[in-house]
Structure formats: C-alpha cells, structure tokens
Design a protein around this ligand. Structure first.
Ligand SMILES: C[S@@+](CC[C@H](N)C(=O)[O-])C[C@H]1O[C@@H](n2cnc3c(N)ncnc32)[C@H](O)[C@@H]1O
Length: 227
C-alpha cells in the first residue's frame, strides 16, 4: 500500500509555498482519514466521504476533525475554506466527467478567494498500462492484497481489489471489491478549470513536468478572486 507520509508532506509543502496563512482545510473523499491525520497543523479540518464505514474509522483516527457523510460532487456546506484537497486518486473514483466538473464547481464554491485547490489524478496512460499488466500482490499486516485493472471501457477501468485473509480454521477468505476509475486527458482537466482557477503547479511522481508517460499528476490551483 502507498505510504501516506510523502502525500501529506506534498500537501503541507504546497500550502506553505502558496498559502502560508491558510487556517482551514476541507478534504473531499477523506476515506479513513489517512491524510487528515497528518494535517492538523493547518487548522480546523473537515472531511467528506459517502462511505459510513470509512468515516467510522476516520472518526477514531482523527477525533478532532469534522467528518460529514455526503457526495463530493453535490455537497453544500455554506462556508468557505482556505484549502480544499482531493487526493489519493479520489477524483478517478468519480466515473463521469460531468461528475468531475460538478466536483470542481463544489470546490470553487467552498474556497475563499485566493484559496488553494490541491488534487491528484491517475492518468489515462497509467490505467491503460495497468490494464495490459497482470495482477499484482502485496502482504499488508498479515493480509494478502491482490489487485488487477481491467482495460478501460469508455475511459472507465475496473480496478479489482481482492483482500485475502486466513481464517481460524486455516482456510482463506477472499473479499472482492471492484472500483470504477475514470481517467481524463490532462488538457481536458486543465481547460475545465482555467476560467475559475489559476494553475500554480503540476508535476508527476518524479517531480517533473507532466508528460505522456506520467502515471499520476499532482496539481495545485488557486481560486481566482474574480472567478
Ligand atoms: C481512494 S479513496 C481516498 C482515500 C482517502 N483520501 C484516505 O486518505 O484514506 C477514495 C474515497 O473517495 C470516496 N468517494 C468516492 N466517490 C465519492 C463520492 N461521489 N462522494 C463521496 N465520497 C466519494 C470513497 O468512499 C473513498 O473513501
């Protein structure tokens, strides 16, 4: 599984660089609170996720955060934040581009003017590449995690995760959790944000400018004062 520490460090570095006075943060798709757990230094934290099971874990990990069960493409909190983040490929889990545009609009509507919108995306190239690649395995805390990605259909790939655990009687129990992931060309993402946000930074996993070979791209945008 991905180490969350570099992801938290990346968010903290972007906030320090582009909005050092930021004092509130909203995470879209906070899941089990892995990111929020390391971001308390920014100020009050709010997380939204549609999964009550994920939020229950997040509540135990980050008791100080306000955690809300809602849809990240349609929520309305009636307040503004200095930073909105949507990371760990959460955007890819929204499987229509109209859903992405609604999420961008919600992020914009919940940012104070000048606020930061930080997100990452798996690229179409990454999902195509994984679709051509066989299953891969990891051992995590005594549990075997098997993953594979089906080739995309209309841009949406099925990402299969099997969690295989030993049972008390020596057998193995496998739970299959398929997740749909949509990947969108970077030009299309950038064009849909350009009116309301200013692009501050885009880089891939190696820290280089995004290229056709990039697997994941990290973005930092600033809400335009007039946008
Ligand atoms: C890849 S996980 C992100 C993990 C999370 N950032 C963490 O640190 O654990 C994606 C999360 O987005 C949530 N999600 C996906 N689509 C959503 C939607 N439309 N509304 C709310 N939550 C959504 C899922 O429930 C899941 O928790």
């Amino acid at each position: 599984m991905d180490d969350p520490e570099p992801k938290r460090a990346r968010v903290l570095a972007l906030v320090q660089r582009y909005h050092p006075g930021a004092s509130s943060l909203l995470e879209l798709g906070c899941g089990t609170g892995t990111m929020l757990e390391g971001l308390g230094g920014i100020g009050p934290l709010t997380g939204i996720d549609r999964s009550p099971e994920m939020l229950a874990i997040a509540r135990s990990k980050v008791p100080a955060a306000r955690l809300i069960e809602d849809d990240i493409t349609t929520f309305e909190l009636g307040e503004h934040f200095d930073v909105v983040i949507c990371v760990f490929d959460t955007l890819n889990h929204v499987t229509s581009f109209n859903g992405w545009k609604s999420l961008f609009e919600r992020a914009h509507g919940h940012l104070a003017p000048g606020g930061l919108f930080i997100f990452d995306v798996n690229t179409p190239g990454k999902l195509r590449g994984l679709g051509a690649y066989g299953p891969w395995f990891e051992e995590v805390a005594g549990v075997t995690v098997v993953q594979s990605v089906d080739p995309p259909v209309n841009g949406v790939s099925r990402w299969n995760v099997w969690i295989v655990e030993p049972t008390a009687n020596g057998e193995h129990l496998g739970v299959h959790e398929p997740i749909g992931e949509l990947a969108v060309e970077l030009e299309q993402i950038e064009a849909s944000l350009a009116t309301a946000f200013e692009l501050l930074e885009a880089h891939d996993e190696s820290g280089a400018a995004p290229s056709p070979d990039s697997e994941r791209v990290h973005y930092a945008w600033r809400r335009r004062s007039d946008g």
